[in-house]
Design a protein around this ligand. Structure first.
Ligand code: ADP
Length: 494
């Protein structure tokens, strides 16, 4: 059966309400309870999400463990073909998924949500195509013994995902886990449970029942029992540093591997010889203003050479001023909303802190539409003249707030860029190849870009150092490393 796309996100949200997807079927929570899903652009309830607990986790993991046996036995390329087919079907749903994710997260449809839906589909096509690369090695051990390594799936993978880019971040876990021969149970984020559920529903039309299950619920009640379930052999987590540490401790109790994609406070350096025009465009994109700065790779610390600083700030502000804040579902909108009232209060707190210590350049305009009066809109802020140790300059805000600093000395700015507990992404703009290469080698980050600002894409290794996480995602190597065990087999022919 093929599910027909439904581009009315309100109707779709209602139809997916109060449900998990376990063993191929949409089912309510064992507790019978659910919680509200809110449209952050209006404050209106758009649907509900099943409130999962340990009983739902056990049902999903049991179904996954059962389904994984046959899936593991299937030739890798057959598995890959089914995962590619999932990607193809998701491609037909890009507009639908874009609308639904815009509705539940407040991310603008044109600048963010539709793009995310399309990268989601592409990630399944990409990993499906890698199935025949699940190769082992032949080992020159002893001429009378055939010695090889093989890659075996782990079994059941537990995946815990956040709300900021839930589709893409889920795909980067689910696609390689499935292709490698595992079954998966996802715990969605409280704030964005519906679109990922729809993705799982579409994929369950292609995949055998039980292979891909998704649960909604709160972290301690639903996420924690997933990590500690005895049949879960691997956990992959994206979220905050604090929760990452909790997850890692629980995984350590069972001695299972864990991958962690955590926070960031990513520096961007603009040297005096940079192409200013391109650097300003890059900073506008790198700061993810169109995602309200809700990105772990947001270039939220921007160091600009003294000779360019004032012009840079003026023109960056002009760029952001030209962006339209409004209804996330409106094609004309560039910037939508913050995800939740808690996050809204947190961002406001950092803005007031920054105003005490530096100069706030407040950008763009709040929407005038009265139907959006209760929406979680925040005007983007560019701070200048902040002390380097001010909280907004050091801590991850996850909001549309960037701090611009003036510098003159290259060594000093490099040291300052690295003076962070995070190490996710970094960017440098310069026309000098020697400086570019030197900085690329010395910046402490998992992802360094020179004279550009791309976002995460399949086949580009993604992940951080320091408190930004453990392990990388999005590549063939990450699939092999994180979703398989290597087994050595020796056949004595003597
Ligand atoms: P944020 O503060 O951005 O919501 P979190 O790290 O709290 O980031 O959330 C990321 C994901 O981790 C969400 O799916 C959330 O439900 C889940 N989570 C939160 N607490 C726990 C926990 N104790 N155990 C497992 N998962 C958790």
């Amino acid at each position: 059966m093929t599910i027909t796309p439904n581009t009315d996100p309100f109707a779709l949200a209602r139809s997916l309400s109060g449900l998990h997807l376990i063993n191929g079927a949409l089912v309510p929570a064992a507790s019978g309870t659910s919680f509200d899903v809110i449209n952050p652009a209006t404050g209106a309830v758009i649907g509900t999400a099943a409130e999962g607990d340990a009983r739902d986790v056990d049902a999903a993991v049991t179904a996954a463990a059962k389904a994984q046996k046959a899936w593991k036995a299937m030739p890798a390329r057959e598995r890959g073909k089914l995962v590619v087919e999932c990607g193809r079907r998701l491609m037909d749903h890009v507009d639908e998924l874009g609308r639904l994710i815009a509705l539940e997260t407040g991310k603008a449809l044109r600048t963010e949500s539709r793009i995310e839906a399309s990268v989601l589909a592409d990630a399944f096509v990409f990993f499906g195509g890698l199935a025949s690369e699940l190769k082992g090695e032949s080992v020159p051990f002893n001429p009378s013994m055939l010695t090889v390594t093989v890659r075996e799936p782990i079994g059941v993978v537990g995946a815990i995902i956040p709300w900021n880019v839930p589709l893409l971040l889920m795909a980067l876990k689910v696609a390689p886990a499935l292709v490698a021969g595992n079954a998966v149970v996802v715990k969605s984020a409280e704030e964005a449970p519906l679109t990922v559920l729809r993705v799982c529903q579409i994929m369950n039309e292609v995949l055998p029942a039980g292979l891909f299950n998704i649960l909604s619920g709160f972290g301690p009640e639903c996420g924690a029992p997933l990590v500690s379930h005895p049949k879960v052999g691997k956990v992959t987590f994206t979220g905050s540093v604090e929760t990452g540490k909790i997850v890692s401790r629980m995984a350590a109790d069972k001695l299972i591997p864990v991958t962690l994609e955590l926070g960031g406070k990513s520096p961007m350096i603009i040297m005096g010889d940079a192409d200013l025009e391109k650097a300003i465009a890059g900073a506008t994109a790198g700061m993810r203003f169109t995602r309200q700065g809700q990105s772990c790779t947001a270039s939220s610390r921007i160091y600009v050479h003294d000779s360019l600083h004032d012009e840079f700030v003026r023109r960056l502000k002009a760029n952001v001023d030209a962006m339209k804040m409004g209804d996330p579902l409106d094609e004309a909108t560039d910037i939508g909303t913050i995800i939740s009232p808690d996050q809204f209060a947190r961002v406001q707190h950092y803005i007031s802190e920054g105003k005490k210590h530096g100069t706030a350049h407040v950008c763009s305009q709040l929407p005038e539409d009265p139907s959006l009066k209760d929406g979680l809109f925040i005007q983007p802020v560019i701070f200048t003249d902040l002390p380097a140790d001010a909280a907004p300059a050091r801590e991850e805000i996850f909001g549309p707030v960037c701090c611009v600093f003036r510098f003159t000395d290259y060594e000093a700015v490099l040291a300052e860029a690295n003076n962070s507990e995070y190490g996710l992404a970094a960017t440098i703009w310069t026309r000098d190849l020697k400086t570019a290469l030197d900085a690329a080698h010395r910046l402490e980050a998992g992802f360094v870009q020179v004279n550009q600002n791309l976002v995460v894409q399949p086949n580009l290794s993604y992940g951080g150092t320091k408190l930004s996480g453990l392990g990388k995602e999005a590549t063939l190597e990450s699939m092999l490393e994180h979703f398989t065990h290597k087994k050595t087999i020796i056949v004595n022919m003597g």
